[in-house]
Design a binder for this molecule. Structure first.
Ligand code: TRP
Length: 331
């Protein structure tokens, strides 16, 4: 039996946080043995918000380097830049004609981003989900691991695929979302009711390339509560729950397994343990990341192979889609 297919993407905008690592990239590493895996650096999506071109380039390399430093193996999975596989832009365009304005208007990510970037509510920001549907459907993707915030886009992708298949026959695979528990769990250290995000800078976010001393400080200053009793309560002791969530995710364990380690201890002990764990994981990753960032030729090489593998999978789907809608194949 052939392996099931996983595709996911991360935007190369801004510095990655430990939330991106624990909630997404760390799991990507686990899937690479059992699934046929495609991990995309979605630069076409990133430009729906204005990017500094020098920073966009650097962030795209950085994301590739973090994927690799985290343990993705380019022999097993495909790591590629979205704009290198031009099928994405073509598929996104075609699928935008199978996507209704009303559907796009309901997307909460669009509403949030339009609110944050009032001076640049561009058409690409609006049609973004059709491009994302293209990313997913080009690969015959079975499962899309993402954060909770992407669930609506994946539901829309499913609707688009079913609509297309309803007209032209069974051409596109209808994907399932997969939202790992930890992805939902990593919260801002200063505001533990909010997701830890790479776009919010400051004291609540641990960045992957942050100096280790500074990581330790941020964890020690994380918001807790006045209960003075270690328990797992996401509502009333959200800060503690978040710290335990980080610890558990680092250890690949469930909350129930780590809670007994801290019961009866002080908050300072928990913070110390979390800081040690995070640093133990990030230190070797940062070393590998720095090596890779100093060897762009090696990164270019890996990205080239990744794009070749990706194109081999994406191209036949696009050909079928073009054929279905009635385009003349180039002779
Ligand atoms: N929209 C996703 C985000 O903002 C990124 C993304 C683009 C993606 N294409 C994708 C995620 C395909 C999963 C699959 O995080």
């Amino acid at each position: 039996m052939s392996k099931k297919i996983i595709l996911s993407g991360i935007q190369p905008s801004g510095q990655l946080s430990i939330g991106n690592y624990l909630g997404a990239i760390k799991n990507f590493v686990n899937y690479q043995d059992t699934y046929d895996t495609y991990y995309c650096i979605v630069d076409l999506h990133a430009i729906t918000v204005r990017q500094n071109p020098v920073a966009l380039k650097e962030n795209s390399y950085a994301l590739a380097a973090w994927y690799l430093a985290a343990g993705l193996n380019p022999e097993k999975c495909s790591i590629f830049i979205q704009s290198h596989v031009t099928e994405h832009a073509e598929m996104g365009w075609i699928l935008s004609t199978f996507t209704q304005m009303g559907e796009l208007e309901r997307m909460t990510q669009f509403k949030d981003k339009a609110n944050q970037h009032k001076q640049n509510i561009n058409a690409g920001l609006f049609t973004y989900p059709a491009l994302m549907a293209g990313d997913i459907l080009l690969y015959g993707t079975d499962v899309v691991p993402t954060g909770h915030d992407q669930k609506q886009h994946i539901e829309l992708t499913r609707d688009i695929a079913k609509r297309f298949n309803g007209i032209y026959g069974d051409i596109l695979t209808v994907p399932e979302p997969f939202i790992p528990k930890v992805a939902a769990r990593i919260k801002d250290l200063q505001n533990p009711l909010k997701k830890m995000s790479k776009s919010s800078d400051g004291a609540g976010t641990i960045f992957l390339n942050e100096p280790l001393k500074s990581i330790e400080k941020k964890i020690k200053r994380a918001v807790t509560d006045n209960e003075m009793n270690i328990a797992y309560d996401e509502k009333n002791q959200a800060g503690l729950a978040n710290l335990m969530g980080i610890y558990a995710a680092c250890e690949n364990k469930q909350i129930e397994e780590v809670l007994p380690l801290f019961e009866g201890k002080g908050y300072g002990d928990l913070k110390k343990a979390v800081a040690e764990k995070v640093i133990e994981i990030l230190e070797p990753m940062q070393n590998r990341y720095n090596e890779l960032m100093n060897d762009k030729a090696e990164l270019d090489n890996i990205l080239k192979k990744g794009a070749e593998k990706a194109r081999a999978k994406a191209s036949p789907t696009l050909i079928k889609v073009k054929e279905a809608v009635g385009f003349i194949a180039p002779s």
